[in-house]
Design a protein around this ligand. Structure first.
Ligand code: SF4
Length: 340
């Protein structure tokens, strides 16, 4: 179902390409990582990398540390597989389901919680598998919302995406659609007018764009988002709290301000899921809470996402705070306490 073309002709996809671009010094080490976890760096992301260890380089350049799996890390940290009634569907909450039509992405993030599954050969649902997934959704009237994820649904050809959305909106009990994508920032030219047009559905559709650093909101990314927004599609932002990428109040403030400037409402800031070989990105929850607290009163409430943990094992997503109420006292944004 992908349209057959890579996100861009010049996407870097292997150790040789990374070495030729000057992004890795040890070609063999990069090749060993790439043999286990997919690699792709689009021209848009490559253009933002000034050093391999800067906030964009860290997100996409393979590192030998990825081959070390910590004891608490798991290949399927939030139990997508265990909660999959049919191939391509994940059913974790009563009223909604994930539909993963493909496991292909424009870029491969080194911290991805689905890193053991995504990749250029990671699979696309066959026509029969997609029909079975749609049949499952049609047979479960409690499902009100379908979240298209993957992989990245924006890698689908516009015609295929439009066809899939038509099938979903034709199911009477499905009231709401959501698409999770990295394409508008990672490969903006891919968001053509045809792709944006595919999002015009007769039921509410929300787009959730994944971005982790303010610099990802380039003029091209903002233009791509405008093409979507011009079709009446509201856009939310989701980010992962990542060491070396956005683990400071300044970096988070810049990220969320960049989202708002692009008319994107920051929705979730995710605690890192314990996927294999991702320990170098871990930020402790207490630090995350302090960072969110530092933003309170400093940025508009519109710029404040919910800081969330997907409880490992598939037990659902919960907010992590920070908390302001302690018994009969409440703390203000500047640290003062007051009686309730
Ligand atoms: S784009 Fe999303 S699904 Fe794909 S590698 Fe990055 S985080 Fe994972």
């Amino acid at each position: 179902m992908p349209d057959g073309s890579p996100p861009s002709d010049r996407t870097l996809r292997d150790a040789d390409a990374l070495a030729a671009a000057g992004l890795v010094a040890d070609r063999a080490a990069a090749a060993a990582v790439a043999a286990r976890y997919a690699v792709a760096i689009t021209p848009a992301m490559r253009a933002l990398i000034e050093r391999p260890d800067d906030p964009i380089g860290l997100q996409f350049i393979p590192d030998p540390a990825e081959l070390v799996t910590a004891p608490h890390e798991r290949a399927d940290p939030i139990a997508d597989d265990a909660l999959s009634p049919v191939k391509g569907i994940v059913h974790r909450y009563p009223d909604r389901a994930l539909l993963k039509p493909l496991l292909v992405c424009p870029v491969y993030c080194r911290f991805c919680f689905r890193r053991a599954h995504v990749g250029p050969d990671g699979g696309v649902l066959t026509e029969a598998e997609l029909e079975a997934a749609l049949d499952w959704l049609a047979a479960h009237p409690a499902i009100r919302e379908v979240i298209l994820s993957g992989g990245d649904p924006f890698v689908l050809a516009p015609r295929r995406l439009a066809g899939l959305l038509d099938r979903l909106t034709a199911i009477p009990h499905i009231e709401l659609l959501r698409i999770h994508t990295r394409v508008p920032v990672a490969d903006p030219p891919k968001v053509t007018e045809a792709l944006a047009g595919a999002l015009e559905t007769n039921k509410p559709l929300w787009l959730v764009v994944h971005a982790n650093h303010a610099s990802e909101f380039t003029p091209a990314a903002r233009a791509a988002l405008r093409r979507v927004q011009a079709r009446g599609v509201p856009v939310l932002g989701q980010s992962v709290l990542l060491r070396g990428v956005n683990d400071s109040a300044e970096a988070l403030e810049a990220l969320f301000r960049a989202m708002l400037a692009a008319r994107v409402k920051p929705y979730y800031l995710h605690q890192l899921d314990p996927a294999p070989g991702t320990a170098r990105f871990h930020v402790p929850i207490e630090q995350g809470r302090r960072l969110l607290a530092a933003l309170r009163g400093r940025v508009t409430g519109l710029a404040w996402p919910t800081y969330v943990l997907d409880i490992p094992g598939g037990h659902g997503k919960v907010p992590l705070g920070p908390n302001y109420v302690d018994g009969a006292t409440v703390r203000d944004p500047w640290g003062g306490t007051h009686s309730l």
